[in-house]
Design a protein around this ligand. Structure first.
Ligand code: ATP
Ligand code: MG
Ligand code: MG
Ligand code: MG
Length: 564
């Protein structure tokens, strides 16, 4: 491509409203423009980067046996009503009516649509697994769209979905995606980590996030030096910092007790009661008022919260402190299915309901319980404090050293279990002709966020330093003096040669001062720069520069082909 005929509107200054470096540089490098809050136009170079990322994603996801399809972005409300997410998803779901007053939404994710497709097609176990994905614009009416492509309202996502006949199959699908994601982020040249994560509004049994490591990341990751434990702190076991308990659970603190919890059940018992895999049950908890149990809670699965909690409580003849409590438990901002620390809103709510005594149970197998006498104010302070936790606050499984670091969530894979297949009745007949529900997984990559994350991790004071697979060009060729016939002839010759060699090259043939060209070349971030100028040619050389190291060299103007 020739710079003179490309639309690459670079800017000298960063626009004032851009806060993070990727947003500033994407604007300055003429890659994106803002339409309005959270909505961006991908200019030709920006689109080229998105396409390059998408093609790596496609290759690896195809290689793992998933097939691409394309679903409508507009989705009928009826499907969302079936899963209950029409009510529960919150304001990120943009709802609207068509001319016939029917309710629709813009897809923030596609579990409902794909489950509807598959339940209509699959009858027998012989048709499973079904493994599909798409790459498409998503819309989420984010409360705080910010940081350019990092948190847009409309953004590009790869979303994949798997339907399996049994848990072993579902685990295989999950592993295929875990491995594909690992290959994708490696190939893209990014420093990343897979971490255990909370399942959020997608729900399901367990999940992993893929985090690009960067100081500007919005997420905090805890990882252990001595074992392979790594988790988003949203998910990590956070040692309680409330009023009564300030120490880690060593047993030394008077507020920590080993207690027998009448009515609490082992993970296996709870799993059996709920007819879910034991894996779905992360923990059991007991809440009590005046020593009387008020709720046995199961953590780890919103499906359990929404559909089965009430039944479980009824079956166990456990009273609830009040209907509002169920509501709070089920629909608390982060949900009680979250980690200990994030259960604060639940504790706070129970406090309001008159509960005085909480026992949060670890997995009954290790019979290790914490007693927390929590005052509401402490709950709220601690809730805020979670944003500022330190390594000492997290309980490593192996007892090793924990480090905290910042990350950008670029991918997220979920073991959904029966969450959608149960509410939407996605069933099949097994070998014995018996009806069973499909076991689902879903798998997202924020393709446009990856572009921003790559820049957050790879830049310097002069601009972007793209990892080669993400760069819009492999090489920028600078013609420093387009009016000089000899320089132009050499630049054109090298340009033609590089193109013949299949190198993705941008020829800067603009009538601009060399200083402008050098600055733009650095800004755009192509890994390699070649500079053709009168002075060099007089010595029979062309200059080259490695964008990342800044290292300069000279190539003979004649033998350049062999140098590549
Ligand atoms: P976040 O925690 O950042 O809000 P999420 O957990 O809501 O993300 P998922 O539902 O897991 O997002 O969606 C899959 C992927 O889509 C995320 O891992 C992320 O890379 C990307 N993504 C989510 N929201 C946005 C957004 N507003 N802008 C750009 N990419 C996004
Ligand atoms: Mg989100
Ligand atoms: Mg998230
Ligand atoms: Mg996520």
């Amino acid at each position: 491509m020739r710079f003179s005929s490309c639309y690459i509107p670079t800017l000298k200054e960063s626009p004032a409203d851009a806060e993070v470096v990727s947003h500033k540089l994407l604007l300055r490098a003429g890659m994106v423009r803002r339409l309005t809050s959270g909505l961006y136009i991908y200019l030709p170079l920006g689109l080229k980067i998105i396409d390059k990322i998408a093609s790596v994603v496609r290759e690896e996801i195809n290689a793992s046996g998933f097939q691409e399809l394309l679903m409508p972005m507009v989705q009928p409300a009826d499907l969302w009503k079936e899963t209950g997410r029409w009510e529960h998803y919150g304001k990120e779901l943009l709802r609207f009516k068509d001319r016939n007053e029917r309710d629709y939404c813009l897809g923030p994710t596609h579990e409902e649509v794909i489950t509807d497709l598959v339940r209509g097609e699959v009858r027998s176990y012989r048709q499973l697994p079904v493994r599909l994905y798409q790459i498409q614009s998503k819309f989420r009416d984010e409360i705080r769209p910010r940081f350019g492509l990092m948190r847009g309202r409309e953004f590009m996502m790869k979303d994949g979905y798997s339907f399996d006949a049994d848990i072993a199959g579902a685990e295989k699908s999950y592993k295929l995606m875990y491995d594909a994601y690992t290959r994708i982020f490696k190939r893209l040249g990014l420093k990343f980590r897979a971490v255990e994560a909370d399942t959020g509004s997608i729900g399901g049994n367990f999940s992993h996030e893929f985090m690009v490591l960067a100081d500007t990341g919005e997420d905090t990751i805890a990882f252990c030096h001595d074992c392979d434990y790594a988790a988003n702190v949203e998910r990590a076991e956070v040692v309680w910092k409330g009023e009564a308990c300030t120490e880690a659970c060593t047993g030394a603190c008077p507020d920590y007790e080993k207690v027998d919890t009448p009515g609490a059940h082992s993970v296996e018992e709870v799993a059996a009661m709920l007819r879910v895999p034991a894996k779905a049950v992360v923990k059991t908890m007991l809440f009590s008022v005046d020593g009387k149990p008020v709720a046995v809670l199961v953590r780890g699965d919103r499906e359990v919260n929404d559909i089965k909690l009430k039944n479980l409580l009824k079956a166990q003849e456990v009273e609830l402190a009040g209907a509002a409590t169920v509501e709070a438990l089920t629909h608390a901002p982060v949900g009680f299915a979250g980690p200990v620390g994030l259960d604060v809103p639940v504790y706070a709510d129970l406090e309001l309901q008159g509960a005085t005594d909480y026992v949060t149970g670890a997995n009954a197998a290790d019979a290790h319980f914490r007693h927390v006498d929590l005052r509401r104010d402490a709950a709220i302070t601690a809730w805020a404090d979670l944003r500022a936790i330190t390594p000492e606050d997290v309980c490593p499984r192996c007892g090793g050293g924990i480090e905290l670091t910042k990350g950008i969530e670029v991918g997220h894979i979920f073991m959904l279990g029966l969450k959608y297949s149960e509410s939407m009745h996605a069933a099949f007949l097994d070998e014995n002709g018996k009806e069973k529900l499909m076991i689902m997984g879903c798998y997202g990559i924020g393709v446009s966020r990856v572009a921003a994350a790559a820049i957050e991790q790879n830049h310097d004071e002069n601009g972007i330093v793209f990892p080669p697979p993400v760069a819009p060009f492999e090489c920028i060729l600078l013609n420093l003096d387009p009016r000089n016939a000899e320089v132009t002839a050499k630049a054109e010759e090298i340009y033609a040669m590089l193109r013949d060699m299949g190198v993705d090259v941008l020829l800067d043939d603009r009538e601009e001062r060399p200083g402008v060209k050098f600055k733009d070349a650095d800004l755009l971030g192509a890994p390699m720069q070649l500079v053709v100028g009168g002075k060099g040619l007089a010595r029979g050389i062309v200059e080259c520069k490695d964008r990342r190291s800044g290292e300069k060299g000279e190539l003979s103007a004649d033998v350049i082909e062999e140098d590549f």
